[in-house]
Design a protein around this ligand. Structure first.
Ligand SMILES: O=P(O)(O)OC[C@H]1O[C@H](O)[C@H](O)[C@@H](O)[C@@H]1O
Length: 526
């Protein structure tokens, strides 16, 4: 029997607050620190590992976190989710994004169909379509090959797929998997669409219109923008556009598209990179095999998340440590810091994934909670972040827990030795240095130069950003967010908080305003 209880009602949570706090600077200094780095590590999929040596935990805290995981029934709740229970209580929906990459439990039947079979069928249709485009069997009206794919979508229909594309672009070029260049149009700012259109040859471009709901203002506006551009170039828009949407959306009924691929209401936008939403653009850009490897990496990580043993379950452990930092240690935010240029937009994807999922003040039954929930998430790739906001991270008045991600190898062949080391070595040296600097600090008589240390971080270490490790990384964070939602007793799968702004914007455009909204409308010349 699963019971959904608020975090502060759990006995193990109360016990957790009584466990002695760890002095991170102390435990990370000297031999003790070296031992922690060796031992405080959990294997992940695709040869990666989650290392939490520099987190503010010790064996006592970990014991208490294990109890919390058990009492909160994290494993059981995950099983309920992948076996098809209505976990998204707000919208009364199943939550099936893991099923797009593998079968974790029972056959899930909804709307009269086997959902795994449905997702695989859509992947297969996308694969056939992409192969035909690459082979020149699907062409523009002049019989010429398409060279560019442009995704039109916003939120989950943009951030994840864009971050994934950027992460694999150079890897694909290096490994002879690069098929088509991809571009993305998301913002309703006309300069976004116009800017992208000015860099491409529309006659040789396929546009992927992606909207789960089929009603998103920005995306429909940008679709019209692109259709105009195609028309102005004397082209038939329906020969250049495909749609990715849910079968129940208004777009699904249109035959304005060269092809349509489907997801459904059980895949949240921010969880949709492994569905047709990411599948179409990534399969066109890199080929269906690369997309399949990406899914396999995610599936392997999803399986690890089933492990009841917290110490062998990286996503669950990461989630528990995060809740400890947020609710017991009182840290307000978390920075995600990939030391990899390939992951330049990964923090942007995680911002949506985490904050749209767990930025809630009421529990899954709609009752206000008496504890803090999702932290503010932000990030930038290292080393760029070091020359930007690390000052505050090292010496600011808030302690910000950090999630580093680092890879031993770069993606391209090109590197140089300057002053005795390669650029890749410099990159890795920096992340190692930062972890120790944050944890241990450095005393100085001059307060301005003093580093107190005690600033916790974890690091995910992998061999290289490739399709499998990227899939695993994506799934790790999705599962971490899911487990945290379970701990906070939230529904992590709806997003009512985005509605009010949309309603008011419509009112402004219809000139139905008064009070402050009216004055702002006038100030902005609407
Ligand atoms: O894919 P769509 O239905 O167009 O939705 C696009 C995005 O817009 C919404 O406002 C939500 O905040 C996002 O979760 C969603 O990903």
């Amino acid at each position: 029997m699963i019971t959904w209880n608020n975090l502060d009602t759990l006995e193990s949570f109360k016990e957790l607050s009584d466990v002695k706090k760890v002095n991170l600077a102390e435990v990370m200094t000297g031999e003790n620190g070296a031992e922690r780095v060796k031992n405080y590590s959990v294997p992940m999929a695709a040869g990666m590992a989650y290392n939490y040596a520099a987190k503010q935990v010790d064996d006592d805290v970990l014991e208490a976190l294990k109890k919390l995981a058990k009492e909160a029934q994290l494993t059981e709740k995950y099983a309920a989710l992948y076996n098809g229970e209505v976990i998204n209580t707000g919208e009364k929906r199943l939550v099936l994004h893991q099923l797009t990459r593998g079968q974790l439990g029972d056959t899930v039947t909804a709307d009269g169909v086997d959902k795994r079979a449905f997702y695989v069928e859509q992947q297969q249709k996308i694969a056939d379509f992409a192969n035909k485009v690459h082979a020149g069997q699907i062409t523009n009206a002049a019989g010429e090959k398409f060279t560019t794919v442009v995704q039109i979508g916003i939120g989950g229909s943009d951030l994840g797929p864009r971050a994934m594309y950027l992460a694999l672009e150079n890897w694909a070029k290096k490994n002879d998997k690069f098929k088509m260049e991809a571009k993305f149009i998301s913002n309703v700012d006309p300069d976004d669409a116009a800017g992208v259109l000015s860099t491409i040859d529309v006659a040789h471009s396929i546009f992927v219109l992606v909207s789960k709901s089929g009603t998103t203002l920005e995306t429909l506006t940008n679709e019209s923008f692109v259709k105009d551009a195609l028309k102005n170039a004397g082209l038939d828009a329906s020969r250049h556009m495909i749609a990715v949407t849910s079968e129940t959306s208004p777009l699904a009924k249109s035959d304005d598209y060269l092809a349509a691929f489907f997801m459904d209401d059980y895949i949240g936008g921010r969880y949709s990179s492994t569905s047709a939403v990411g599948g179409a653009v990534l399969s066109l850009a890199f080929g269906p095999e690369v997309f399949a490897d990406f899914l396999a990496g995610a599936a392997e990580e999803d399986s690890l998340a089933k492990n009841e043993d917290v110490m062998q379950n990286p996503a669950m452990l990461d989630a528990l440590i995060g809740v400890y930092e947020r609710n017991i240690l009182g840290y307000p935010s978390t920075a995600v810091l990939p030391y990899s240029q390939a992951l330049s937009r990964f923090p942007a994807h995680l911002q949506q994934l985490d904050m749209e999922s767990n930025g809630k003040s009421v529990n899954r039954f709609g009752e206000p909670v008496d504890y803090v929930t999702g932290p503010v998430i932000f990030g930038e790739p290292g080393t760029n972040g070091q020359h930007s906001f690390y000052q505050l991270l090292h010496q600011g008045t808030d302690i910000v827990p950090l999630q580093f991600i680092g890879f031993k190898n770069n993606q391209m062949d090109t590197d140089v030795v300057i002053q005795g080391s390669t650029s890749q070595q410099k990159l890795c040296a920096n992340v190692a240095a930062q972890i120790v600097a944050f944890a241990c600090g450095k005393a100085d008589d001059n307060n301005n130069k003093n580093f107190e240390g005690g600033r916790p971080s974890s690091i995910i270490i992998g061999e290289q950003v490739n399709p499998a490790s990227l899939g695993a990384l994506l799934a790790h964070f999705e599962n971490k967010v899911m487990f945290q939602g379970f701990l906070w007793n939230l529904n992590s799968f709806d997003q009512e908080g985005v509605q009010l702004g949309k309603v008011l914007a419509k009112r402004v455009l219809a000139h139905e305003t008064d009070g402050a909204l009216k004055v702002f409308s006038d100030l902005l010349n609407i």
